[in-house]
Ligand binder design. Structure first.
Ligand code: GLA
Length: 403
């Protein structure tokens, strides 16, 4: 009997801790990460300022929760193998920084790598997995991005599984973000291992270009969008496809292009990690990043990744089933000239096999709201006619009118 009681407690605490981990990212994680704008130029001052700005700009209240220091915060390991933060750039230490971020009502994230060294050549996690997981838990880390550089001889699945179980053993609920760039198709195996996984190589701050770096390339927002094929069935509450962090506001795209990039990341149910300098953010960038109606599409509790329904001469039509019977629809103009759309809802009945939902304007009536202009655009009895500017979107929400 005693043995049974002990077994009961051991099993229930195991399931309780697995549950804590599983329920961490029921909608796509939102936050800010230092890499896209600042690369290795990180410091305690920069990260604290980013936290302050998230609060003062209204981004925290719009949902951006995690403040993540990417690569280059770490310099060495001590004689016992514990990771050492750069004492010059982080003079108060990582724990104090985590406390500061928590005091602002935000969560704290950090970066490491499954290999011997990180991508920027700093000490990686290999061979120190539990020690690092324990340290992160002790510091109050809430989110770990785990990269894939310098991993000769390692296999993705085993390496990420190892770190995942070490994080679970360390006991603190930590969102686990896999960053192996899609090489081993993590969408097929990482649902149980982490909460999000990169699907591609790095994003580059342009609308539709390829930036070549010798042996590898970074990709513009539209190139990355095209790579999100055949994987939407793997995304859902607690486990997301990650097309990389946002470049909104970093200067390489126009306002229209930033709006299109952000809208499409929301249609994809992608994690929304802002990557710009919040201190010098323009009002236009802030308006894009904090549009509550568009964020609501991304954060919808159904957690279905959007689908490309049509593509005609640079004009794409994307659909995303939402909770409560609603739908998001995004017309994306990738062409160099404006496009006229005339979309007859009653002639476009769409069945989505992933969500088992059908958009059927003959059977249901929806009212239509433009999520950027905030205009009401009538209902789905009438065809929608509009012009979409070059490299821009018309993004609407169809709200079911209950009969
Ligand atoms: C890789 C990742 C990036 C960033 C850098 C840091 O390239 O994909 O997102 O974390 O490493 O060195």
């Amino acid at each position: 009997m005693r043995k049974l009681v002990i077994l009961f407690f051991v099993l229930s605490s195991f399931f309780a801790s697995a549950q804590k981990f599983q329920n961490l990212a029921l909608t796509p994680p939102m936050g800010w990460n230092s890499w896209n704008k600042f690369a290795c130029n990180v410091s305690e001052k920069l990260i604290k300022e980013a936290a302050d700005e998230l609060v003062s700009t209204g981004m925290r209240d719009a949902g951006y929760q995690y403040v993540v220091i990417d690569d280059c915060w770490q310099v060495s390991r001590d004689s016992m193998g514990f990771i050492v933060a750069d004492p010059v750039r982080f003079p108060s230490g990582i724990k104090a920084l985590a406390d500061y971020i928590h005091s602002k009502g935000l969560k704290f994230g950090i970066y490491s790598c499954a290999g011997i060294k990180t991508c920027a050549g700093r000490p990686g996690g290999r061979g120190h997995e539990f020690q690092d997981a324990y340290m992160y838990a002790k510091w109050g880390v809430d989110y770990l991005k785990y990269d894939w550089c310098n991993t000769e001889g390692q296999a993705q699945k085993e390496s990420y599984k190892l770190m995942s179980s070490m994080l679970k053993d360390a006991g603190r609920p930590i969102v686990f973000s896999l960053c192996e760039w899609g090489g081993s198709k993590p969408w097929e195996w990482a649902g149980e291992v982490g909460h999000l996984w990169r699907t591609t190589g790095d994003i580059f701050d342009c609308f539709d270009c390829e930036k070549k770096y010798g042996t590898w390339s970074a990709w513009g927002a539209m190139k990355i969008l095209d790579m999100q094929k055949d994987m939407r069935q793997y995304a859902g509450p607690g486990h997301w496809n990650d097309p990389d962090m946002l470049e909104v506001g970093n200067g390489g795209m126009t306002e229209n292009e930033n709006r299109a990039h952000f809208s499409m990341w929301c249609m994809l149910a992608a994690p929304l990690m802002a990557g710009n300098d919040l201190k010098s953010m323009s009002p236009q960038t802030r308006d894009i990043l904090t549009n509550g109606d568009v964020i609501a599409i991304n954060q919808d509790v159904l957690g279905v990744q959007g689908l490309k329904y049509k593509s005609e001469e640079g004009l794409e039509t994307w659909l995303k089933p939402l909770s409560g019977g609603d739908w998001a629809v995004c017309f994306l103009n990738r062409a160099a000239e404006p496009k006229m759309i005339e979309f007859d809802w009653t002639k476009n009945i769409v069945s989505d096999t992933v969500s088992n939902r059908t958009l059927d304007a003959l059977a249901e009536l929806y009212k239509i709201k433009d999520l950027w202009s905030k205009n009401e655009l009538g209902n789905t009895k009438k065809a929608l006619k509009a012009e979409v500017k070059s490299h821009d979107v018309l993004m609407v929400r169809l709200s079911l009118i209950k009969k």
